[in-house]
Design a protein around this ligand. Sequence first.
Ligand code: ZN
Length: 259
Amino acid sequence: MFGAGAVTIGTFLRPAVARPTWPEGNSAAVSLTYDDGCDSQLENVSPLLDDLRLKATFFLTIENMRARQADWVGLAKKGHEIGNHTMTHPCRLSGYSAEQFRREQIDPAERYLDTNFGGLKPRTFAYPCGFEGLGRGATNKRVQSYLDVLRPTFLAARTVNGLPNDPRDVMRQRYLLNGFEPTYDLDDPRPAFTYLKKAIDHGHWAILIFHEVLPARRSAGDTSTSVHRTILEHMSRQPIWCAPLRTVFSHVAGTTELP
Ligand SMILES: [Zn+2]
């Protein structure tokens, strides 16, 4: 009896909204996200997004982008989303208490973005280096500590791992949304094609992550302009709704039947 009950509960938690409705008759959704506030995104990404009429999410690290603040404000005015990627992009998080992380990395970045960008709030967040734990101790405790910092301030947060997001899981996973860095290991468009196909086949939400976009790849994490263009042009031909993270999240939050 207990076993049968467990199966029933599992079914109940995943309601029969097999394929959510995506705007404009599309089969899936995709958000393009660009991390770190790299100059190369101003030079090599923004013009291509204009050409293809796409809107993206830029997760700014304040110390990286300050020198070109006016250019970033200009980019935001085109309708791109600006998200928070901390003040200094710390990747060693064991020494932070939740309070210290909020005080040094989250709140000042929010104030800076409020002052210089305005825009819709709450913003979205991306984890620097994809690290999802804060402070010391067991993994669960560190993850919980980070979530406790993010929840009061942000609408949602993006990690750097996982398959396209099932809309039925998005509210539960809103501070741990899956993202994918298609060119992290290889400057090759095919992993992105495969990932997008998975999203389309299942009606899920793909979140692509890019860092530096340069004429030629220099190191892991870089994407060449030609591969970046190939991915975006391919994506534009697919039945997939492309919108910033905040926009897709809001769509899912408003339309998905939740348990
Ligand atoms: Zn980053």
